[in-house]
Every structure is written in structure tokens, then in C-alpha cells.
Design a protein around this ligand. Structure first.
Ligand code: SF4
Length: 246
């Protein structure tokens, strides 16, 4: 039997969600409500298009030669992919048999047996840490920080290659003291091979408007190069490679 998942969209030549050329699967559904989200159209779990695991695998394998050639693979993102962990697990097991590398881009909020199994067979996890101050995290996302840090710990204990992602939003996530503390915290995680610092942009603003949602960041500017450089330098104190769109 083939499980059914709800998919927002597919992108066959992604280059920003993990190493190499990637087939990117945007899963439908997210329980967070990040103020800077550029995919609010992924939030509602009942929307999107239904795919059986077999249908999705057939889509993915068309691009296997590009993935192999570039050292890429498949990235599951969203939305929050872990909300459909059972479906993805069925897909991922088959992809492993086909020697296709798997990345998961997650906020770390969802945890259950299927999530654990999926993490265990993934090649890389892109963990989005929206803020290190629990109060700011809750303001930004509407949920608690603790599950994200628990997943980070699980990834360390199981030696799973991890990239940490941090979106820098002026006036919201540019609290330098908490960035410094996050950088210090990450010193203890040899499994974290990269920190990706992403400057806030407003490319998703129109989606908020189309959905009739209240976008709070209309007056927020993209971070200045000086601020990005300063935050990059703070993260570099962790000793981990930092990439930034400076
Ligand atoms: S976790 Fe991702 S998809 Fe969900 S609200 Fe935040 S930015 Fe949007």
C-alpha cells in the first residue's frame, strides 16, 4: 500500500536547500506562524495536491542523474515536512534503496516515532532556529523554542550532519546578545557543519495579502550589509563555517 501525502509544490533544480542540485519537495501544512514566513500558503494542512508515495518517487527519479552528478539529492521542506513524517518515511526508505541523498528542512517542532526514524535515515538536516531567546522565539513563531533545541541535541547524539539556518530580521531577530549565546551554544555541536545566515526579504509579502493575513513586517527593511557582517562575525566565533548573503 502506498501512503498519500499533501504537497504544496515541487522544484526540480533547487540550489539553495542543501548541497548540490536538489529536487525540492514543499510539503503542505505548518503549525508555526513565523512573522517572516514567505510561504504562508503552505500553512493549511488540508490544501495542496495529493500524491501517493509511489507517484512522488516516480517524479523524483526522473532527476536522479542531475542529483548524482552534482552531489545533490532530495530536500523535504515546507511548510513543516515532519507533519507528514509517516508518508515521507515511506518515500525516504525507497530513496535510500535508490542511493538518493535526503535532506530535511525543519523547525524541529514535531517529534514522534516516524520523525525519529526519518531523521535517522536522513543524510543532512537543515534545522531552522528562529531565535535563541525563548520569549522572542515565541513572539516570532507562536510556539516554544524547547523542541528545536531538543532536536539539535538528538542530532548531536546521533552524529547527523546538520546545517543551522537563521533568518536575520531587523527589529525582530537581530538581538545580538542572544545571537552570541546561540553561537556559544553551537560550539558544543561538532555535527553542525554550517550555519546559514539568511537576510530577511519581503518576497512573500504578496501571499500574506492574497490570503487576507495581517503581515506585520511591511515597514521592516532588509538587513543592512553592516548588520549581516556583524552577525556573521558573531556566528563565526562558534568555529563553524558561516555562509551569508552579505
Ligand atoms: S516554520 Fe517555515 S513554513 Fe512554517 S511558518 Fe515558519 S517559516 Fe513558514
Amino acid at each position: 500500500m502506498s501512503l498519500v501525502g499533501r504537497i504544496h509544490s515541487l522544484e526540480s533544480f533547487g540550489t539553495v536547500d542543501g548541497p548540490g542540485i536538489r529536487f525540492v519537495v514543499f510539503l503542505q501544512g505548518c503549525t508555526l506562524r513565523c512573522q517572516f514566513c514567505h510561504n504562508p500558503d503552505t500553512w493549511e494542512a488540508h490544501k495542496g495536491t495529493e500524491y501517493t508515495s509511489e507517484q512522488l518517487i516516480q517524479e523524483i527519479i526522473k532527476y536522479k542523474s542531475y542529483m548524482d552528478f552534482s552531489g545533490g539529492g532530495v530536500t523535504f521542506t515546507g511548510g513543516e515536512p515532519m507533519l507528514q513524517a509517516e508518508f515521507l518515511l515511506e518515500v525516504a526508505k525507497k530513496l535510500k534503496e535508490l542511493n538518493i541523498s535526503i535532506a530535511i528542512d525543519t523547525s524541529g517542532y514535531v517529534w514522534n516515532e516516524a520523525v525519529k526514524e526519518l531523521i535517522d535515515i536522513s543524510d543532512i538536516v537543515l534545522l531552522d532556529i528562529k531565535n535563541y531567546d525563548p520569549r522572542v522565539y515565541e513572539t516570532v513563531t507562536g510556539v516554544e523554542l524547547a523542541p528545536t533545541l531538543r532536536l539539535l541535541e538528538y542530532l548531536r547524539l546521533n552524529h547527523i550532519n546538520t546545517w543551522v539556518r537563521y533568518v536575520l530580521v531587523p527589529g525582530l531577530t537581530d538581538n545580538l546578545d542572544s545571537i552570541r549565546k546561540l553561537s556559544d551554544h553551537l560550539k558544543n555541536y561538532p555535527n553542525v557543519s554550517k550555519i546559514e545566515l539568511l537576510g530577511f526579504h519581503k518576497m512573500g509579502e504578496f501571499k500574506w495579502k492574497e490570503l487576507g493575513l495581517d503581515y506585520k513586517l511591511s515597514d521592516t527593511k532588509e538587513p543592512a550589509k553592516e548588520l549581516l557582517s556583524e552577525v556573521k562575525a558573531l556566528f563565526e566565533q562558534s568555529g563553524i563555517v558561516v555562509s551569508a548573503n552579505v
